[in-house]
Design a binder for this molecule. Structure first.
Ligand SMILES: [Zn+2]
Length: 93
């Protein structure tokens, strides 16, 4: 279990990305939701889903939430050919 600091449900790599913007730590862009006006990204290290909104701070979301935004989530992820780990539990989801 990893402590995500101010981003519970994420690992230090992807939560640290929003501080360092190191390219290697950048969560993989899965797709954009027009309806939510947000981009869904996923960490290749811990599998956490991120919602990066046009007008809000990045936040960790559950897989169920990511599926609502991108119903074709599985197809979009398989394009990347990355064996994402199962995402950590997101507190409060
Ligand atoms: Zn991570």
């Amino acid at each position: 279990m990893t402590a995500g600091g101010r981003y519970p449900g994420s690992c230090e790599v992807c939560s640290g990305y929003w501080v360092t913007y190191a390219p290697a730590a950048q969560p993989v862009a899965i797709g954009e939701s027009i309806e939510y006006m947000a981009e869904v990204r996923r960490c290749r290290f811990c599998g956490a889903y991120w919602e990066v909104g046009a007008f809000s701070f990045p936040q960790v979301i559950s897989r169920a939430h990511a599926l609502k935004q991108l119903p074709d989530l599985d197809a979009r992820e398989s394009v990347h050919g990355i064996g994402f780990p199962d995402p950590p539990e997101v507190p409060g989801s």
